[in-house]
Design a protein around this ligand. Sequence first.
Ligand SMILES: C[S@@+](CC[C@H](N)C(=O)[O-])C[C@H]1O[C@@H](n2cnc3c(N)ncnc32)[C@H](O)[C@@H]1O
Ligand SMILES: [Zn+2]
Length: 577
Amino acid sequence: MSSSSSTTSPPFPVPDGFKLHTENNAHILMSENEAFLNPVQEFNRDLSVACIRTWSEELNKAKDAKRAQTRQKRALRAKEESAKKRQRVNESDAIDIEPESLQQSESTSEIPQAESKEDAKVEFSAKPEASLHYKITILEALSATGLRSIRYAKEIPLVKYVLANDLSSTAVAAMKRNVELNGLGPSKELEEAGSAKQAKNLGKIRVNEGDACALMYSHRTDRVDVVDLDPYGTAAPFIDAAVQAVKDEGLLCITCTDLSILATNNYPEKCFSNYGGLPLKAEYSHEAALRLVLHATSTSASRYGRYIEPLLSLSIDFYVRLFIRVNSSPYQVKKALLKTSSYFVCTSCQSFYEQPLGRVVEKQGSRENVNTIYKTQPGPTVGGKCPECESGLHIAGPMWSGPIHDTDFVSKVLQHTESHKDLYGTASRMQGMLTVAKEELHTKFYFTPTKIAGFFHCQTPSLEETTSALLHAGHQVSRSHASPGSLKTTGTCEDVLDVFRSWVKKHPIKNVSETSPSLRLLAKEPRMEANFSKHPKSVTSSSKVKIVRYPETPANWGPGSRPATGGGNKRKRKHDN
Ligand SMILES: C[S@@+](CC[C@H](N)C(=O)[O-])C[C@H]1O[C@@H](n2cnc3c(N)ncnc32)[C@H](O)[C@@H]1O
Ligand SMILES: [Zn+2]
């Protein structure tokens, strides 16, 4: 399935002045400047349907398992109690029984326990019950045309209802019309049936006109299962409300399109005010963008005794999209300090040096218990100049330094996509991205051989040669979804540069000026001779994937601009797009 702006046979008459847009089996009518729709974001919507669907199925499995465990415990307790009761009865009978009846009672006690009436009852109740199908509620805080909410309501089987909200009155009018066209609004028959039934007749999509934060704050006590933030530009102003509106084990889905702030160092002051950390200038700045959004979300959640688990964090085209599980635990909140780091980044060779913010020490308490004490990290972890090339270093972060994906979750979304290719117009791209994300190492940042070879002014070793050299040296290597031709490794920046220093010995460089930074890189001898022969592990599923980072570029490619009328975002700032 895929999207189209006009179909050969529209499912309903298209009024004059409107265009029909169809994505999967969701249909919306669009008129000029009424509400915002970016058709290029179909990939974002496809991915979101697949992630929420997979997450809701996993949530149901976890709830079923928990219920079965409770039933089993209860059954065991009841069994023990009935055994105790039987024992008490036997003991009291034994006090005044005659020798013959004692004989009789002994033979009765040989009856297997489960055959007693009480136990039969207990065993029956311990049987697994059918899944109760816990149905989820979704709050889409910035819905525009309502297309995303309509797709969620139609395509995710375990949806109870979707709350679709927008600040703009024209967007809300369009949304109401679109929701009705798709048969997801309040039922007309029930509306006519009188007020008693009407009270419950809210429809599968409940449209709300208002400020996203006000709506989310109103759900602080009556929480929802999923909150989706898909704004123009930054999601930063909505994160504080969102982390409080989502239930424990709930899912937070965040889009940010302000990559000029998150992934360049053109506006560090803006990045700091929005995300509480500084961006960096290096080819891996898109991974830093993901880590900055995670940092903002983690610190917001921590204020309310909540912590985050990133399930899938992707840098896609002109935006980032993150799927984050939120939970409550004061113990885990403390650990957020251990998942936060700043980085010193070389302005010349892009080597980075991690400066963790905190550490934990364990001290033996007076009795058996071990006390966990949180401390600050000593630093700096590097001197004033880059140890590899003597250039200056710039600070970046603080940002999230923990894993950005949950490999198990990514595998499940990938499995779902592979077995439901017909459901998604962008299935092959989803498959590619998810395959790479699934194999991604949980290390910080990535590099491309082309870029590093550029620093040395040398011929570029192939991906296979670079991967093999690192593997032969005992490091692990994977791809990164964030950039085609990129590699992540457990080796340090020095290990990577040593591979290139070794490469240059075999492929000498010519005509380099005396002031070139490459000479400073080459002034250091490699600590080993790299082996570039093919390593058996240099080919993985993800190395066969050709990531379509920028798909074919339609005329309206990019974050899109807001409609000219209809209120919209009063929070727009200069650099938001
Ligand atoms: C990028 S569009 C949303 C696109 C939509 N999620 C989709 O998938 O098609 C952003 C929407 O946010 C709305 N908006 C901006 N500020 C808002 C606020 N404070 N509260 C609610 N809606 C807001 C705008 O009117 C606009 O319709
Ligand atoms: Zn350097």
